[in-house]
Design a protein around this ligand. Structure first.
Ligand code: G3I
Length: 385
């Protein structure tokens, strides 16, 4: 009898407790709807999960994407604002406003901060290669300008930026050197100089070479040869970034793996630096699209088939392909130090405008409303296995 009456007294308390718990869950916002497990925690022991931030995110105007970045990613890179044309638009005129905010954001959120990029033929301002009379600069002047740019940028963030893409996209798919202005004026030595200056500016920063289409046999061999030469000359290079601008068809996963292993055999870290997966038709069916922004094709309606959303069959192919790549990254987690998505959500992605302007692509892990796609949970489950 006494037990029954105690139970009667206890029931309202229990009901109250359940109600309060439910209320707490619903007022704590999205946590009840979202997957409670986040990417960065699940992958913590494997590799850094990174994302690229644009200016709207860095300045905090895109609050919803910033929330996703904080919740799911442990590393950040600036998609554009640290490129030489942005950071030193005119000689000696450095603009660090956004870069400072980017670095502060990473520090406040305890993220690994990666700098992109010091020496890249694309987006390099014209003044870099032209003297006061409008003539092409001498090798000495270009070397001096590279030194000043790298010293100023790397020096400003000494001890705060973990690593830099020192040289970006200097090798072509056939393994030869890209005939960029840097190469025309200085020959291949511009690569060595860039690494040397970056090391002098911050001896503790990790220094990487970064390129796209890295699964191409020619490029693989060219990059291996170039890195070996740097190493033989005693130049510090800590890692090779494999940009992952992949599609449903290209590249072959085995070729990507082959390059990962070839790079790792050089004794450097490998990172997947610019991962996104395009589901749209490519103007170049039989080859990897790469990421050369000067290659592009005119808009045609048939090239933009998913304006109203993805059919199930394509979503399934998308999930399958992401899973295959992450299986590979996890298989080689002892070699892969970071995997960085090239953007937070589909609406931010450069793929909506390249290689054809004005299309609707779906390359990232979060949709246009910043909702986690089903692939997020699948990746988390994969990593837990
Ligand atoms: O911010 C201006 C805006 O003010 C202007 O109105 C508008 C007009 O076109 O342009 C805006 O700048 C664009 C910028 O992205 C920001 O959206 C540039 O035109 C456009 O060229 C630039 O494209 C970037 C591209 O690199 C060139 O820098 C992409 O966002 C960025 O995703 C892409 O990233 C590169 C990596 O750095 C290196 N690897 C390949 C990868 C893809 O090309």
């Amino acid at each position: 009898m006494q037990f029954r009456s105690t139970l009667h007294q206890f029931i309202p308390v229990l009901i109250g407790f359940i109600c309060l718990s439910l209320l707490a869950c619903s007022t704590s916002g999205e946590s009840i709807n979202r997957n409670p497990v986040v990417l960065k925690d699940t992958f913590q022991e494997k590799f850094v999960m990174g994302t690229a931030l644009n200016a709207w995110q860095i300045t905090g105007r895109d609050t919803s994407s910033i929330q996703i970045a904080k919740e799911h990613f442990s590393g950040i890179v600036a998609e554009n604002i640290m490129k030489s044309g942005r950071i030193q638009p005119r000689e000696g005129e450095f603009n660090f406003d956004l870069a400072d905010q980017f670095v502060e954001f990473g520090e406040e959120n305890n993220m690994q901060i990666h700098g992109h990029t010091l020496i890249w033929h694309s987006q390099a301002p014209r003044w870099f290669f032209t003297d006061e009379e409008g003539n092409e600069v001498s090798p000495e002047l270009l070397t001096e300008r590279m030194r000043k740019h790298i010293y100023t940028v790397v020096g400003r963030y000494k001890g705060r930026v973990h690593s830099w893409d020192v040289v970006n996209e200097a090798i072509l798919d056939d393994g030869s050197y890209r005939k960029s202005k840097f190469h025309q004026i200085l020959g291949k030595d511009f690569i060595k100089l860039a690494f040397q200056f970056a090391h002098e500016a911050d001896p503790d920063a990790e220094l990487y070479y970064n390129d796209f289409s890295m699964s191409q046999a020619g490029k693989r061999e060219g990059v291996v040869k170039m890195v070996k030469e740097l190493q033989e000359e005693g130049i510090r290079i800590d890692g090779i970034g494999m940009q992952g601008h992949i599609s449903l068809e290209h590249p072959e996963i085995e070729a990507f793996e082959k390059s990962m292993l070839a790079f790792s055999d050089l004794g450097v870290q490998v990172m997947v630096t610019e991962l996104d997966l395009s589901v749209l038709p490519s103007p170049w069916r039989n080859r990897e699209a790469g990421a050369n922004i000067s290659d592009n094709a005119d808009y045609e309606d048939r090239m933009n088939p998913y304006k109203d959303g993805l059919p199930d069959s394509v979503s399934q192919a998308f999930d399958k392909r992401y899973l295959e790549f992450f299986e590979l990254f996890l298989k080689h987690q002892d070699k892969v130090s970071r995997v960085t998505l090239w953007g937070v959500n589909d609406s931010n992605s450069w793929k909506n405008n390249w290689p054809v302007r004005g299309r609707k692509d779906y390359p990232l892990l979060f949709d246009r409303e910043n909702k986690a796609k089903p692939i997020v949970e699948k990746l988390i489950n994969l990593a837990k296995q």
